[in-house]
Structure formats: C-alpha cells, structure tokens
Design a protein around this ligand. Structure first.
Ligand code: ZN
Length: 409
C-alpha cells in the first residue's frame, strides 16, 4: 500500500500552525483576517508548486486543481483554514493539509488519475468572526442568501462587514468558479473527530455516516422576584428553583431514550441575578443531537409534556432552531471503510455531532467524511491535538479513497 509522507505532513502541520499562533499551542485565525490570508497564500504557493491551477469563487472559496488524464468532473477534497478564538492546529486545517499531502503524493509518485483532483478551502466555516458558521459552503449550495451574508458584521472589528473583508482579502473570485454538480464528481472531507470516542477506544479512523440532526430549545420560568430576607419559603415563586427541577426532570427522562443521544444545557440566565433577590425569571437552553429523527421526536415529546407550572412558577418553551440529520453517500462511506481495512487500520462507523461544510455539499454532489482521533477529545481549544502518525493514517485513507473513486466513477 502506498503511504503519504510523515515528514511532509509534519512540516505542513508545523508551517500552518504559525499563521495566527497564540504562543500557547493553538491559533486564532479568524476568517479573512491577516493571519488567514497568510495561510491562504502559503496554500496557493504550495499547490502551484505542485502544478495545480488555483482559482477562487465569489465567496473566496479556493480550488487548487491538478489536471486529470481524461476530460471528467473533478474529485474534490479539503476543509477550512479559519479557526475560533484560541482554537487548535487541527480543526479544519488538517483536512486541507491532508488533501494537500494526498495531492503531493500523487504528483511526486506519479500516480495516474483520470479525474482532476481539486483541493478545496472553504471560507468562514467557523462563523467565529462573521456569523453564521459554514457561510460560504452554505451560499454556494443555496442555504444562505449571499446578499445577506455580505452584510454580516465582524465580531472583532465594529462595522466591518464580511463583504468588505472579502473585497480587501484579495481572494474574491468569480461565481463561475463555484463547485457545481456538473464540474465535480465527489467530495471527501477529512476532519478531526472533535470528541473523545476514537481516542478513548483506540480506533484509527472514523467512518462518518452523516451529521446528527439537532434541536435547540429555550425554556422560560416565570416566578416572582422578592426580598431574600422577608419572603418566607412557602410564599416564594423561585424561578431558578423551578428551572433546576426542570433540568433534573429533563435529564432523568432523556437518559432513558438512547445512549447515543447527547444533550446540553449550556446557557442559563437568571433575573435579576442579585444575591439578595429571589429570581423572578430564568431561561435556559437545551441542545439535543442524534442521528435518528425518531429519537429527536421523542425528545420533543418529553419537552411538550413539561407541566405548565413547576414550584408555582409558569413554564414555557420555544424551539430556537433545528437541523435535520444528514446522511452521507453510502457508496462513498463504504469505500472509506474498505480503504481503512486495506491499510490494516481499525475503524468505526459514526455520526458527526458538530456541523461541517460537507453536510451542505452533499446537496450538490456525492460526499462523505473521514475522522481521525482527537487526543482527549479536545477541540475548539489550544489543547487540540492529534499525533502526526494518527493524522497520516487518515491521509492514507483519504488518498486511497480518492484513487478508488477515480478508478470506479
Ligand atoms: Zn472544522
């Protein structure tokens, strides 16, 4: 079996870790920032050195294409180069570096391929600077209105819009360069798992079947604010106490559903939030994710059965937003699994909890993802780490997957 180069991959990881280096093991590389455009320039330079033609579309998504032997649609692979504030050196960027290393191996080893191979960089995946996340893959797949996206304002520079950043970046290209179904045959995105499963189970490769559906609710508890010293317990309508009981109730009920269900109360607000006043109003969120819509339906049923009153406080809830489960192309999922097996790597099928650009691209072309382990499950943090040896296994599976698609499509 052909292997990509550990040394070259290591060099790529180290080089790209410099763009936005926080000095504490991670990066802050907001989309279209100075740091991000420096990373893009390095990407362009390296891909052109391999003989690739690099173009950008109107959302500054980059496409670096190695020509194929035949006049066929291209096979695409890549991810994003932007990060969250004090993020790690692997989320997104590893998918780009893996694609670059697979392409470099093809060039250096003179591996014949019929289809063009395109390494893609998606703009503003994180949404850490300009909301929403997955903005540019969302625009080219018709999920978001482009005009509205151009007006998205930066969180770090007041009054600075995505549209202005796009103009200033030097990477705004033309709409005709967008990835479309007629020009592209398939897309493979390699990514770190961003969770602890592969690492704790000692598994090399995550064969990603899709992206979990997700629901987000906000609950409101209305009681009566009152003096902490004068209101006897029996007269109180303590909204925080009601909320705590509701959270406990939700946990008890949701834990019975399915071991793969994940749910989180990550945000809570307490009004007036003063230590001498009984809380009059409390809100909290519930984020629940599962691949099976039937399980999410059961979560909603549990929410709907919430009593109208808890501890004399009025309860309410509303759905904030949701997303449907995305299933990747079964034939490609099978290829990834088979390629991992051929290399003798252990693998397991899984769904992604976080969202990725690939979940939008599947609306255009056959798509799947490959996960590599995240040590300790750390992600969106400077602690994010995957040993280069583990990354290389993912890159090898990526290369083999690309070549398998090339020979069968
Ligand atoms: Zn990512």
């Amino acid at each position: 079996m052909i292997s990509c180069s550990l040394e070259r991959l290591d060099d790529k990881i180290k080089t790209f870790s410099k763009f936005g280096d926080t000095g504490k093991g991670g990066i802050t590389r907001f989309s279209l920032s100075h740091e991000a455009t420096a990373a893009r320039a390095e990407f362009k330079k390296r891909m052109e050195a391999l003989g690739a033609t690099v173009v950008t579309d109107d959302m500054a998504n980059m496409y670096a294409t190695l020509p194929g032997a035949e006049d066929l649609p291209a096979i695409a692979t890549g991810s994003h180069l932007d990060s969250v504030r004090q993020g790690g050196n692997y989320d997104g960027v590893l998918g780009v570096l893996a694609a670059m290393e697979a392409a470099e191996t093809i060039v250096r080893e003179n591996i014949p391929h019929r289809h063009p191979i395109t390494v893609v960089v998606w703009t503003n995946e994180e949404g850490a600077r300009f909301e929403p996340a997955m903005m540019s893959s969302g625009v080219i797949t018709g999920k978001f209105d482009k005009a509205a996206m151009l007006k998205s304002f930066a969180k770090d520079v007041p009054g600075y819009s995505f549209g202005e950043a796009l103009e200033k970046s030097g990477y705004k290209g033309s709409e005709e360069n967008r990835l479309t179904a007629d020009k592209y045959a398939a897309l493979i995105e390699l990514h770190i798992e961003q969770g602890p499963v592969l690492d704790s189970e000692g598994i090399d490769i995550g064969v990603v079947e899709g992206v979990c559906g997700m629901i987000n609710y906000e609950f409101t508890f209305t009681g009566q604010a009152g003096h902490a010293g004068t209101t006897p317990m029996k007269y109180r309508k303590d909204a925080l106490y009601a909320a705590v009981k509701a959270i406990q109730h939700l946990h008890d009920e949701l834990d019975r559903l399915d071991s793969r269900l994940v749910y989180t109360t990550g945000k809570i607000s307490c009004h007036p939030n003063i230590h001498t006043i009984i809380p009059g109003e409390v809100k909290f969120t519930l984020d629940a994710r599962h691949q099976d819509p039937k399980v999410l339906k059961k979560v909603m049923d549990i929410i709907k059965k919430m009593p109208a009153e808890i501890e004399k406080c009025k309860t309410g809830y509303r759905e904030d937003w949701s997303r449907k489960t995305v299933n990747f192309t079964p034939g490609l999922v099978d290829i990834v699994e088979r390629c991992a097996r051929e290399y003798g790597y252990s693998s397991r099928r899984m769904y992604s909890g976080p969202g990725h650009d690939a979940q939008y691209l599947i609306d255009l072309i056959p798509t799947t993802m490959i996960f590599v382990p995240s040590v300790g499950g750390h992600s969106h943090s400077e602690l994010e780490h995957t040993p280069t040896e583990s990354c290389l296994k993912g890159v090898n599976v990526l290369l083999d997957t690309l070549l398998t698609i090339d020979s069968t499509k």
